[in-house]
Design a protein around this ligand. Sequence first.
Ligand code: CTP
Ligand code: MG
Length: 183
Amino acid sequence: MLVNIVLLILQSLWLILPAYAANSFAVIAGGGTPVDFGKKFYDGKRIFGDGKTWKGLMGGIVFGMFVGVVQTYSAEIIEFPDFGFFPGFFVVLFCLTFGALFGDLYKSFVKRRLNVKRGGKLPVIDQLDFIAGAFLFLIIFSPVWFLQTFTIYHIIIILVVSPLLHRVMNIAGYRIGKKKVPW
Ligand code: CTP
Ligand code: MG
């Protein structure tokens, strides 16, 4: 029983790992030209703000997909779920990585509209934006893989564990000087 629960948690984290990797690596790779090129929206505020950069976006996608490819080829060895066959797994991995960063980008868009400054807090949404983005993209572009691989338990575990992990990762990012605030 306990073994099964632990296994389920590990599997859940394994399945969402490319999204975590993309989201974390965006912080490390970030900097330089912002995604919105410094442009303002109709309301006179920035579209996304300086916290969303092309380097972060591209670096996150590339690194997240790399992690996913390595996982796919090691999945058989440890008997864990994989992301599908070549070349289909690229679609799944793109959903997980780009979807995650799209969720993060969309959140920044909403934050700016709500007049929240770059780095300002938006509880719950700040922790689940990238998960929601990844799931949304999977449901739209890889529904078969998604429905065959994820159970409701995986989804619940991911929704519960991610905010905790996100918090830990952000404190780490703050400590190494990559994030201005520890959230
Ligand atoms: N980052 C980036 N590009 C992205 C995502 C993140 O360059 N697409 C980098 C930025 O340096 C950013 C840092 O990672 O400041 C932390 O990311 P995040 O917390 O998502 O951004 P915030 O600075 O908090 O900005 P926002 O208020 O828009 O969420
Ligand atoms: Mg933030």
